[in-house]
Design a protein around this ligand. Structure first.
Ligand SMILES: [Zn+2]
Length: 114
């Protein structure tokens, strides 16, 4: 008579394990994504520099450009949604050659990559 109860309990645990697994995988993906652009506010100059740097790296890998080759702004802009961002304080970005960090003309804390 009571045989249904353990069966139901087992399938309930199975469902929760499945949900837990999905949540775990989703969290793992979210953490991996956020770690790529960690540590800076999403509208700050240093965040933009990091974004440009990532786009430049991707561009260099995909197009086969090696270290010290000049960056092509118009091509790299295609790797960033909305194109190359503008420094919120009015600084001008220099993309710099492959293998070097992009820089902001203002420089210093908040306007440079570590
Ligand atoms: Zn700046």
């Amino acid at each position: 008579m009571n045989r249904d109860v353990p069966g139901n309990a087992r399938s309930t645990i199975g469902v929760w394990l499945l949900i837990g697994g999905i949540v775990f995988v989703g969290t793992a993906i979210a953490v991996r994504r956020s770690s790529i652009v960690c540590c800076a506010a999403p509208s700050s100059c240093s965040y933009f520099l990091r974004e440009i740097d990532g786009a430049k790296d991707q561009w260099a890998i995909e197009k086969g450009h090696k270290a010290a080759e000049p960056a092509v702004k118009s091509e790299i802009a295609q790797y960033i949604r909305g194109g190359i961002p503008l420094c919120p304080a009015g600084g001008v970005y220099s993309l710099n050659p492959v293998g070097r960090n992009p820089t902001c003309s203002i420089g210093g804390a908040g306007h440079s990559l570590p």
